[in-house]
Ligand binder design. Structure first.
Ligand code: IPE
Ligand code: IPE
Ligand code: MG
Length: 253
């Protein structure tokens, strides 16, 4: 085989990269990354923030319109208090150190999750970062913080029930669009692709409603090790998927 045909064969096997309009990322494995290196779990969380910064840049460079990252789940409250406090402080520090850069890079930030149980200073910070980036038109970075899919659907149900009780909504008029408008993610398209690092293959209460037709890719590397090569491997896998949405003809991802 000539080297030319070898190149052709290799290129032919490589799918044309399809760029998802919305990626959901379950950033898992910070603790195990640290443990494997004889470090504290908190050091894993610090490295995790670096991987997050890197992923935001990758999404900007590859033209992903929406990125949702799972940074603290409603079930993570069961962790030791010190670790929770550390993760909360990391969010504060991330906002303090990266806000100007996010603004410069035209990133619009949305923070989704329950505000119940959060300190008022943290709620103010969330409102502030959303307000300061609200008119940006580039990547939408959605941070799922104190987020749980079941809690989100429960909150949406409560909102809709209030509308009904107030006589503003007839129960017969409730459609999927009514529910979507009541979710934290209103206005954001559903994720095309959900990635989870660290080898775990479960959803852990992330975007339950929105993941109805997402493609899932699970990778073995711990979150702090997820780099551009990992990102490209996942996009290649995604590009090979047939999305049928219950039909029989594949639709492009
Ligand atoms: C993900 O890493 C970060 C959060 C859940 C906040 P973990 O902290 O879950 O790390 P592992 O899964 O214990 O390794
Ligand atoms: C999911 O990871 C939540 C985040 C990445 C923030 P967990 O580490 O909390 O999930 P489980 O407990 O392994 O399912
Ligand atoms: Mg974990």
């Amino acid at each position: 085989m000539s080297s030319d045909s070898a190149i052709t064969a290799e290129t032919a096997q490589r799918p044309r990269l399809r760029i998802p309009a919305h990626i959901g990322m379950i950033m898992d494995g910070n603790g195990r990354w640290a443990k494997a290196r004889g470090k504290l779990r908190t050091e894993g969380h610090i490295e995790g923030v670096k991987a997050l910064r890197n992923l935001v840049e990758l999404c900007i460079n590859y033209g992903v319109a929406n990125l949702t990252v799972f940074s603290f789940s409603s079930e993570n409250w069961t962790r030791p208090r010190d670790e929770i406090a550390f993760i909360f402080n990391l969010l504060r520090r991330f906002v303090a150190s990266d806000l100007q850069k996010l603004i410069r890079n035209n990133v619009k930030v949305r923070i989704i999750g329950s505000r119940t149980g959060l300190e008022p200073s943290l709620t103010r910070l969330i409102d502030d970062v959303e307000a300061k980036t609200a008119t940006n038109t580039g990547l939408t970075l959605i941070v799922a913080f104190n987020y749980g899919g079941k809690a989100e659907i429960t909150d949406a149900t409560r909102l809709i029930a209030r509308e009904v009780a107030a006589g503003r909504l007839n129960p017969d008029d409730i459609t999927e669009a009514t529910v979507e408008r009541a979710l934290y993610t209103h206005g954001i398209p559903d994720p095309d692709l959900i990635i989870r690092t660290s080898g775990e293959q479960r959803i852990s209460n992330f975007l339950l409603w929105q993941a109805a037709y997402s493609e899932f890719v699970f990778v073995d590397e711990y979150w702090p090790d997820f780099d551009e090569a990992s990102f490209l491997r996942v996009l290649e896998t995604f590009s090979l998927r047939d999305r049928r949405y219950g039909g029989i003809e594949a639709k492009t991802p």
